[in-house]
Design a protein around this ligand. Structure first.
Ligand SMILES: NC(=O)c1ccc[n+]([C@@H]2O[C@H](COP(=O)([O-])OP(=O)(O)OC[C@H]3O[C@@H](n4cnc5c(N)ncnc54)[C@H](OP(=O)(O)O)[C@@H]3O)[C@@H](O)[C@H]2O)c1
Length: 333
């Protein structure tokens, strides 16, 4: 094992049971050791997205079944996305070395050091800001897959509903880059943000109900607002494509995927293409996004980086629903 001198303990947020965000405690815990195929990353930043609130609070309830064991979280430290520097390399790892700057995923990133499988990590070229890059995995890759699913191209009209958030900020850019005419549906205060990302039209959903606007689109990416599927279909052209990615619940849910399932299950029965997306995290897609950032063809729509000591506030800020783009937690490094 290749190593570098580091402390034996670190700070990590952890929870012993599912519950409110205030149950997350900042603790001193041992620094973990990487196993075969893994590296230890000194975390520079951790991405924040709505799923962190869902997993900490077990809402939807099925989180207890999938992420729980005897009523306790299987993984006590929250967070998926990380950026940082490799400080230890586990046995049989040849792809990465100590000192490499990386971005990717781990189980538990709200901690100063995290063990990450090499299979999820991509190296980050020097000029890129490691803190901002932590925004890429969940939100960037989800946006990439959502945009792919609506097949944008020159002359196509694509609506992104929830355009001013973490996923939407990337989706607007990727759809516009593919040549589509992008309509961003968001609150008025984000009009400048989404126009700057490539939207040619902005609809303030608080002033105008997009489903009553008489507009039609070749593709709709549904990220927020939970508009009924029938209303969204009326916005689509005859062979238009709808991808349902998200939309936050106001109360407690059991499954949390009802609208995605509804879209996918109704697909064979309608002329339009309806699809619920459950994003996967292929390393190739993350690599493509890092390459686009490095080439200056994509930018991270970063709202702010919260200090590590305010990580709980960062999750609540995203839960409250109105970040301008993406939020990360600056852990250290
Ligand atoms: N299926 C998957 O694999 C997957 C992966 C990642 C995320 N998601 C889900 O996708 C959704 C979006 O994620 P995110 O990270 O982008 O969340 P986010 O950063 O909170 O962004 C959501 C955006 O929607 C806007 N919004 C709220 N109500 C709206 C409405 N009625 N109409 C239009 N826009 C509205 C909010 O801002 P304003 O109201 O200020 O405009 C906010 O910017 C979440 O539900 C998340 O859980 C799913």
């Amino acid at each position: 094992m290749t190593t570098q001198e580091i402390t034996t303990t670190m700070r990590a947020y952890a929870q012993d049971r599912f519950g409110p965000l205030t149950d997350l405690e900042l603790r001193e815990v041992p620094v973990p050791q990487p196993g075969a195929g893994e590296v230890l990353v000194q975390v520079t930043a951790a991405g924040v997205d709505p799923s962190i609130w869902h997993l900490v609070t077990a809402n939807p309830r099925m989180v207890r079944l999938v992420w729980g064991r005897w009523g306790r979280p299987k993984w006590p430290v929250p967070g998926w996305d990380l950026s940082g520097t490799v400080v230890r390399v586990g046995p049989s790892v040849t792809e990465l070395s100590v000192g490499d700057r990386v971005v990717g995923q781990a189980r538990g990133t709200f901690q100063e050091y995290a063990v990450a499988p090499v299979s999820t990590l991509v190296t980050v070229p020097d000029p890129l800001d490691l803190t901002a890059v932590a925004a890429l995995p969940v939100s960037g890759v989800t946006a990439y897959q959502a945009v792919e699913s609506v097949q944008p191209g020159p002359g196509k009209r694509i609506a992104v509903i929830g355009a001013g958030g973490g996923v939407g900020g990337f989706a607007v850019q990727l759809a516009a880059r593919a040549g589509a005419e992008v309509t961003a549906v968001c609150s008025a205060g984000k009009a400048d943000l989404v126009r700057g990302l490539g939207a040619s039209e902005v609809i303030d959903y608080r002033a105008t109900d997009v489903t009553e606007s008489g507009r039609t689109f070749d593709g709709i990416i549904e990220l927020a607002g939970r508009r009924p599927q029938g209303a969204l279909r009326r916005l689509l052209t005859k062979r238009g494509r709808l991808v349902v990615v998200g939309g936050e619940p106001t109360g407690t849910e059991w499954l949390g995927m009802g609208r995605m399932l509804q879209a996918t299950l109704s697909n064979p029965f309608v002329p339009q293409h309806l699809h619920g997306l459950v994003a996967t995290m292929p390393k190739e897609t993350l690599q493509e996004l890092v390459d686009l950032l490095a080439a200056g063809d994509l930018r991270v729509p970063l709202d702010r980086a919260f200090p590590f000591e305010e990580a709980v506030e960062a999750v609540q800020f995203v839960r409250d629903g109105h970040p301008h783009g993406k939020v990360v937690v600056a852990v250290g490094g």
